[in-house]
Ligand binder design. Sequence first.
Ligand code: ATP
Length: 210
Amino acid sequence: MSDAPVLILGGTFDPIHFGHLRPALEAMAAIDYPQLRLVPAARPPHRETPLASAEQRLAMARLAAESDQRIEVDDREFHRPGPSWTIDTLQSFREEWPQRPLALLIGEDSLHQFNTWKRWRDIPQLAHIVAMHRPGKDREIPEWAKARATSDREELKKQLAGRFFFAEVSPNPVSATTLRARLKNGEDISGMTPDSVIKYIQQHKLYQNS
Ligand code: ATP
């Protein structure tokens, strides 16, 4: 198992929802990887401060991961100071696992902002990039990805890093923004995230007065 490939999904997860989990599991099946690592961002650099605390977002990710034994939550971003840059996270994975193929999973919106990320050109040296469709976004492959693009999933297992793959996943309209808005308005969020996460949100009275 120690050389088994790993699919990595980083996110703010404020909160985690089925728009993360379902497309990610489908992408995992599409590339035939056995494991999904959720990496909650301790201090996400590219956006406003999340409403839930880092510990609460981590706790919700852990609850969501209980629904499927192929999913693990990785808290490595909580163990280093400063902004949670993806390049640093991938470097840390690569040091831990020099021989495992790694793939970074990103939604289509993130794909089109990818070239604003810190040291983004170095990221493909550490991991493959797998994009998943997100409703409302064009299925357009950015220039930087074209030279790396492959439709042969075996390459994502034979090579440790460096390829780009567009995973066909069922469009899922859930976003954390809509989920937070519904909670603020006192609306039901059943079916948008696992029941255990809904219970946690209720217990901790999250997202009520944003
Ligand atoms: P927010 O609405 O607060 O911006 P979000 O729902 O987009 O949050 P993030 O934690 O920022 O969630 O997303 C983590 C990753 O998951 C990103 O790469 C994002 O593109 C992807 N993602 C989130 N929701 C979906 C979805 N419904 N379909 C596909 N990818 C998604």
